[in-house]
Design a binder for this molecule. Sequence first.
Ligand SMILES: C[S@@+](CC[C@H](N)C(=O)[O-])C[C@H]1O[C@@H](n2cnc3c(N)ncnc32)[C@H](O)[C@@H]1O
Length: 230
Amino acid sequence: MTFSSHSRFDFGELASRYDSWYETDEGRRHDAAQKQAVLALLPKHATGGRCLLDVGCGTGHWSLFFAQQDYEVTGVDICPEMIAAAQACKALHCRFDVADAMNLPFLDKSFDVVSAMAMLEFISDTRRVCAEMIRCLKPGGRLVLGTLNRLAEINQRRVAEQAEPYVSAQMFAPEELCKLLMLFGNVTIRVTMEEMAVQRQASDGPAPVKHGLDDRNESGAFIVAMVVKP
Ligand SMILES: C[S@@+](CC[C@H](N)C(=O)[O-])C[C@H]1O[C@@H](n2cnc3c(N)ncnc32)[C@H](O)[C@@H]1O
């Protein structure tokens, strides 16, 4: 594969079993919490368009979710094995191609939303990749980003156990991510609360209103951030 110095980990070998995490109880719980946090930030076609670029899309798990939210999704990933797995799903309103986030093969201002889920921590030059993603956004467009929280106990345990790919990741704390993203526009940050997502799944009631740094929940497993391009 074209694994390069632009990435911290080669996902090629993991591609065929990557999605099995989402099928475990723990994976389902984390996925529900992450999607809840993303939905709270994802604009409802803020710039009037529905073109979404999913950078580091992997097997297309999140691309499919964004397509279900009525976006036309282009997913790109540096790993051909991950892209082959994504293409095999033949998801409606999604197309997938191999591309490096360091040099995105798209014109300036061509997308309404750019997403990057669990990707930034596996990049060697995060500032450059953020600049690339912002370049591809229309003015007023949104960058929606999710990344593993360095302060979360689960992630610290994964690193202590030398578990891959976590031990290769450069994880952010919420404040660190905020500082990086503020270079590019107005930033909103949330941290996932896995227990609340479970409660929400179990009850059929309204979504819990409490999440994010406002509630001093800085140690949930996943940070979700949105940047509005000026
Ligand atoms: C942890 S996986 C996340 C996949 C998917 N977004 C998800 O959440 O299921 C990280 C992905 O980032 C991709 N990646 C790493 N470096 C990249 C780069 N320079 N350009 C594009 N994708 C990259 C990897 O190949 C991998 O598929």
